[in-house]
Write a protein that binds this ligand. Structure first.
Ligand code: ZN
Length: 422
């Protein structure tokens, strides 16, 4: 966006600006082992035409005084289950009392409970809840997020969920992507392979009628198998769709090498991933998407995150926002969990929430980093970057710009924009 006089806008005098290492500005992802090369130096960010235009404010710029603040690229939540209906606080109470997820799922809870809630809710109710959550995400710095289906559990139900995801995205300020999680739980009356036949039959309609560009599958003893994952990979290839997979969450099924061979863009969860499978991921065109919120809420095992990072795997973090296993919207909170649980640095957490998360969604050529020519999705934080994980539970986001426009500004920071005539 331009300033009030039509000139470029400068976010000026920030204490820290998170930037990619010199020479890496055009990279679309970065091995986690290179996160230490990111820089957090004082400086300016200049915005023109909705894009990052440079890093040196000149006298012609409208200036937003950013002294004392940190500037980050907008955060990217590359794994959410929006839109969904209602919540499952009752299950959380059972879980806290010791009931395992598999037991809750087999008793008709879990994904099936959310499927019943989604079927019972009107489109309007579903969208109201999802828009409210998208607003909460915006205030926590999320400028891009993924939506998934998966609570439809019938061909019509899944297509409805994908349509609602498209409607959600078109009505919020953020960029959104749509993933068809067509193999989430095996619907009643089907075997897993019968349901996969149904999935295959849906794909033509999916391409024609929805914004979905990605297929996803939940590989677990209560859901689908590695064979189904291989088949989903074939279907994705045949239809020009990206493949992602929920794997190794509750127990190990050796799914990581299977997913890599099937062409997956990401393997998500990995709480039970054996260290032996790390080499399969290092060097592959496949990211590890780690979900420490789900691990915390579900009291799950911790993935070999330090080892994945050291091995140079492309790592991303996300909320896994869903009504059962991760009712969490805040990516700063996820950064806090990742640093504590994984022994990651602040820069590792921030890389995993920006460029690498955008790569998982196929958008890192245009967003996910503060580089010239990328979209000016910029966060103003009220603290140094090191405070993001440390002040656990504090929302550090003072303002959010999307494509250069201030989409949300906290009351105590409005003066900065008012001074610039915005
Ligand atoms: Zn998920």
């Amino acid at each position: 966006m331009s300033g009030a006089s039509g000139t470029a806008l400068a976010l000026a005098g920030a204490s820290e600006v998170l930037r990619l290492p010199a020479g890496a500005e055009t990279l679309e992802r970065l091995a986690q082992s290179r996160a230490g090369e990111l820089t957090l130096e004082p400086g300016d960010v200049v915005i023109d035409g909705g894009l990052i235009a440079g890093f040196q404010a000149d006298s012609g710029c409208a200036r937003v005084d950013c002294r004392g603040l940190t500037l980050l690229p907008g955060l990217v939540d590359c794994h959410t289950h929006l839109p969904f209906a209602g919540w499952r606080a009752d299950e959380y109470a059972l879980k806290v009392a010791g009931a395992p997820y598999e037991e809750i799922a087999r008793a008709g809870g879990g994904i099936r409970a959310s499927a019943r809630a989604l079927a019972a809710a009107s489109d309007l109710r579903v969208l109201e809840q999802a828009r409210a959550l998208a607003g909460e995400m915006l205030r926590h710095g999320t400028t891009t997020f993924e939506c998934k289906s998966g609570y439809g559990l019938s061909a019509d139900g899944e297509l409805r969920a994908l349509r609602l995801a498209g409607e959600l995205i078109s009505s919020v300020p953020q960029v959104g992507t749509v993933t068809a999680l067509l193999a989430h739980a095996v619907p009643d009356g089907y075997s897993a392979s019968d349901w996969m036949d149904e999935v295959e039959g849906m794909l033509g309609t999916l391409r024609a009628q929805t914004a979905a560009d990605t297929l996803d599958i939940f590989v677990e003893s209560v859901a689908f198998s590695n064979d189904d994952l291989v088949r989903m990979g074939r279907l994705a290839r045949a239809h020009g769709l990206t493949l992602r997979a929920h794997v190794e969450q509750l127990e190990s099924h050796g799914s990581v090498p299977v997913a890599v061979a099937a062409g997956a863009r990401s393997v998500d969860h990995l709480s039970c991933m054996p260290a032996d499978d790390i080499p399969a991921l290092a060097g592959a065109d496949c990211a590890a998407v780690l979900l420490p919120g789900a691990e915390f809420i579900g009291s799950e095992h911790t993935p070999p995150a330090r080892e994945l990072a050291d091995a140079g795997v492309v790592c991303a973090l996300a909320t896994d926002l869903n009504p059962g296993t991760s009712p969490i919207v805040s990516l700063p909170l996820i950064a806090g969990l990742a640093v504590r649980r994984y022994g990651w640095t602040v820069k590792e957490a921030l890389l995993a929430l920006t460029l690498n998360a955008a790569w998982v969604l196929g958008r890192s050529h245009e967003l996910g980093a503060l580089t010239v020519g990328r979209r000016a999705d910029v966060l103003l934080l009220d603290c140094p970057a090191s405070h993001v994980p440390y002040r656990f539970g504090h929302n550090p986001v003072a303002a959010v710009l999307i494509a250069g426009r201030p989409m949300w500004v906290r009351n105590d920071h409005r003066w900065r924009f008012a001074e610039a005539g915005l």
